[in-house]
Design a protein around this ligand. Structure first.
Ligand SMILES: NC(=O)c1ccc[n+]([C@@H]2O[C@H](COP(=O)([O-])OP(=O)(O)OC[C@H]3O[C@@H](n4cnc5c(N)ncnc54)[C@H](OP(=O)(O)O)[C@@H]3O)[C@@H](O)[C@H]2O)c1
Length: 416
């Protein structure tokens, strides 16, 4: 292991799933040592995702204890011995970086991010520009990668950082879309974290390819003003309560060309599907939950949808890590191409650290009071334990306990 900027302690605090209890404890555990290709990061901020609480309440872990947590941002304090001569900025002590780990959201014994120190392959991090607080940076990685996988990897929209097969073949957008009309792109759950990144990436695809997109979003009316502005720039916004499909049909009479369902719960998938244009191609509709009666495991790590004209395509963010993942009843094999895609995305994000042009704006963040010790009693209560659309009133009256809407919950572990 090479140089540290400050003494590294032998032990640290981490949030650990006690699997048998379906509960979490703040425990002292050893500080990990970075292996080949890895960096040791002092965690400054963590951001919460629904999966963090989901797999505490319904553990996948087969071990008695597992460090939980996904999104982090922090500062590199040491790196694996093989990285001594690396010129990559992310391997240097003092580098400000962000990324995500899988934690207890798998059967594999890999620790998560809700700890004071973590290790991760350096190329699964991105360089945070000086202008971006680490609290904001912590909100980007998991949902950013997931949205990018949906928009570029599965839907194959033209990507400013990755040569999609469609782009290489000289297409990029569905060629059946009339050339003189905008592409109709629908995001259901536009104010989710996932939706906030998806909108930015669709706009990036439009700018990169020079194609006009009509972006149509479903969110609570009180989020429409935010979503109309840059970097989201929606053309049409509707409330998801009431007869919203009628509003989409009015806005896009020939149908929706591409759709991104950030909720994918209950009847949202069917309703979004039924708005697709007759010319919508396979892969044009992406969803993000697979625990549905109309999704069937087809092969290891592959879920197929039953009963749809254009099958909604599901994928898991974890594929970005490039390792085999024991997930639900499936074992997702290591996918080197998904890892290569994620590192290309992170390299693209990292360019902002040198050219000053932030490629993806972090979600608005709600800085939660306290540190690791408050994640479960406050943060997980807000996240709930399963469906995003079924989060109930938590009965708490503190301002920071209002429902999550168009933002990410962030805990600051160490001030910069
Ligand atoms: N497949 C993967 O790898 C992957 C990766 C990341 C996330 N996910 C999943 O994607 C989902 C979204 O995650 P997230 O972190 O983006 O969620 P989130 O930001 O916590 O979601 C909160 C938002 O949900 C919106 N919402 C609630 N009920 C809704 C409904 N019935 N219709 C439309 N919008 C509704 C709310 O909108 P308003 O405030 O406007 O009412 C709120 O802004 C979760 O199920 C998560 O587990 C999957």
């Amino acid at each position: 292991m090479t140089v540290a900027t400050a003494p590294i302690p032998a032990a640290q605090k981490a949030l650990v799933l006690i699997t048998a209890d379906k509960d979490v404890a703040l425990l002292d555990i050893p500080v990990p040592v970075p292996g080949a290709g890895e960096v040791l990061i002092k965690v400054h901020a963590i951001a919460l995702n629904p999966v963090d609480s989901l797999y505490v309440g319904s553990p996948l872990a087969q071990q008695a204890q597992r460090v939980i947590g996904t999104d982090f941002a922090g500062v590199v304090v040491a790196s694996g011995a093989d990285l001594t001569s690396s010129s990559d900025a992310r391997t240097k002590a003092g580098a400000r970086v962000a990324g995500f780990l899988q934690g207890a959201c798998s059967r594999n014994d890999r620790p998560g991010a809700f700890a004071e120190y973590i290790v991760i392959p350096y190329d699964l991090t991105w360089s945070v520009p000086a202008s971006m607080p680490l609290t904001s940076a912590s909100a980007v990685s998991m949902c950013g990668v997931t949205a990018a996988q949906g928009v570029f990897f599965r839907q194959q929209l033209p990507a400013p950082f990755w040569p999609t097969k469609e782009w290489n073949a000289g297409r990029g957008w569905n060629p059946s879309i009339p050339a003189d009309e905008p592409v109709n792109y629908l995001i259901y759950g536009a104010s989710t974290s996932l939706g906030l990144y998806a909108a930015q990436l669709v706009q990036a695809a439009a700018a990169f390819s020079g194609r006009k997109v009509r972006l149509i979003g479903l969110a609570s009316a009180n989020k429409h003003a935010l979503l109309r502005q840059k970097p989201y720039s929606y053309d049409v916004l509707l409330d998801y309560r009431g007869d919203w499909p009628a509003g989409v049909r009015e806005a896009a009479p020939r149908g929706v060309d591409y759709a991104f369902d950030a909720i994918s719960e209950g009847d949202t998938v069917r309703k979004v599907h039924d708005l697709l244009a007759p010319t919508a191609t396979p892969g044009s509709f992406v969803i993000f939950r697979n625990d549905r009666s109309d999704m069937m495991p087809k092969a290891p790590g592959v879920w197929g949808a039953v009963g749809y004209r254009v099958a909604p395509v599901y994928g898991a963010a974890w594929e970005a890590l490039g390792v085999e993942i024991g997930y639900d009843s499936q074992t997702i094999p290591a996918k080197p191409d998904a890892r290569a895609f994620a590192t290309a995305f992170y390299d693209w994000l990292s360019t902002a650290a040198t050219d000053g042009k932030v490629k993806v704006q972090p979600n608005p963040v709600r800085i939660m009071p306290g540190g690791l010790e408050r994640v479960v009693p406050d943060g997980f209560v807000l996240l709930g334990w399963n469906q995003v659309s079924a989060r109930d009133n938590n009965g708490r009256t503190e301002e920071y306990m209002r429902p999550i809407s168009g933002e990410k919950l962030v805990y600051e572990i160490v001030k910069e």
